[in-house]
Design a protein around this ligand. Structure first.
Ligand code: APR
Length: 277
C-alpha cells in the first residue's frame, strides 16, 4: 500500500512529472541519501558517518599516505554496511526511467555500486567505486572484500605482489579525480533540460557544480530530499524520502508522456487528484 504524501508534495510532484515528461534530456545527480533506505547511513545527517569519523583525518589523501590504518578502520565499517545492502525503490525507479528512455544518465557521488545492481547502465561515478581496491605501489587490483578480511588481522592490507599499501578505488578529499569522468559528467549536466537531484546536501564540489552548469543552459532543477532548506536551489522541491517519492514521480512522468500536452498540463495544474485518462 502506497504511503500518503503531504498534499503540498502531491502538487509539486505533478509539476516535476510534467517537467520530466516534456524534457528531451533528464539527468540524475545522486548522493548518499538515495542509499539511506538501503541501510547505508549518509555522511552529514545526525548519526551520519562524519559524526563518527572526522573526514579531515579519516578521509583525507595526505593523511592516508601517512596513516593508512585510520582510513582502513573507517573503510571496514563502510564496507560492512555496503556488503549487505541491496538497491531500494529509488534506485530501481531510476533504472526503469533509463530503460523507458527518459533518463539519459546518472551522475553519482556514491561508491556503493547500488545503481549498477539496480540495472542502471550509464553512470558517471565522481567519487569512484568501493568494490575494488588498488595497490599504491604496483597498481595491481584486488577485491575490497579480500582487503577488508586482511585488515581485520593486520590493520593495513598489503599487496600480495609488492607489499604496497592497498587503497579502495574511491576519491579521498584532496585527491584528484579522473578528468574524463568529470568532463563527461559536466557535459551531461550542461545538456540536461531537467537535473533530478536526489539525496545530496550539495556541500561537496565538483559535484555541486552540476546544478550551476545545468541552470546556465536554462535547465530546470528538481530536488528530492527530506531537507527542505535545499528548496532555494530548486525549481521544484519534493520534500521526503526518495524511496517513496521517486517511484511515484517516474510512474506519473511515464503516464504524462503518453497523453497530449494539453491533457498533461491540465492534470499537472489541477488541484484535485484527478486522473490522466
Ligand atoms: N531520501 C532522500 N534524501 C535523503 C534521505 C532519503 N531517504 N535520507 C537522507 N537524505 C538526504 C539528507 O537530507 C542530505 O541532504 O541526503 C543528503 C545526504 O547528504 P550528505 O550526507 O552530505 O551526503 P552527500 O551529499 O552524498 O555527500 C557528498 O561528501 O563526504 C563526502 O565523499 C562523500 O560522496 C560524499 C560527498
Amino acid at each position: 500500500m502506497e504511503q500518503d504524501l503531504d498534499p503540498r508534495v502531491e502538487k509539486e510532484l505533478k509539476q516535476a512529472a510534467l517537467l520530466i515528461a516534456q524534457a528531451q534530456s533528464v539527468v540524475a545527480l545522486t548522493g548518499a541519501g538515495i542509499s539511506v533506505e538501503s541501510g547505508i547511513p549518509d555522511f552529514r545527517s545526525p548519526g551520519g558517518l562524519w559524526s563518527k569519523y572526522d573526514p579531515r583525518t579519516y578521509c583525507d589523501y595526505r593523511h592516508f599516505l601517512q596513516q593508512p590504518q585510520l582510513f582502513w578502520e573507517m573503510a571496514k565499517e563502510m564496507h560492512e554496511e555496503m556488503r549487505n545492502a541491496v538497491p531500494n525503490a529509488a534506485h530501481m525507479a531510476l533504472a526503469r526511467m533509463e530503460r523507458e528512455g527518459f533518463l539519459s544518465s546518472i551522475i553519482t557521488q556514491n561508491v556503493d555500486n547500488l545503481h549498477q545492481q539496480a540495472g542502471s547502465q550509464k553512470i558517471f561515478e565522481l567519487h569512484g567505486n568501493a568494490i575494488m581496491s588498488t595497490c599504491t605501489g604496483c597498481s595491481i587490483k584486488a577485491p575490497t572484500i579480500n582487503c577488508v578480511a586482511q585488515a581485520e588481522v593486520v590493520k593495513v592490507p598489503k599487496c600480495s605482489l609488492c607489499d604496497g599499501v592497498m587503497k579502495l578505488d574511491v576519491i579521498l578529499f584532496g585527491e584528484t579525480m579522473p578528468s574524463s569522468t568529470l568532463q563527461d559528467a559536466m557535459q551531461a549536466a550542461a545538456s540536461a533540460h531537467v537535473l533530478l537531484v536526489i539525496g545530496t546536501s550539495l556541500k561537496v564540489s565538483p559535484a555541486n557544480m552540476m546544478v550551476t552548469l545545468c541552470q546556465q543552459q536554462n535547465g530546470r532543477i528538481v530536488i528530492i530530499d527530506p531537507d527542505s532548506s535545499l528548496s532555494r536551489k530548486a525549481d521544484v522541491m519534493l520534500c521526503g524520502p526518495a524511496g517513496t517519492i521517486l517511484p511515484r514521480l517516474s510512474v506519473m512522468a511515464s503516464h504524462l508522456r503518453n497523453v497530449s500536452t494539453e491533457a498533461a498540463k491540465k492534470f499537472a495544474t489541477s488541484e484535485s487528484g484527478g486522473s490522466l485518462l
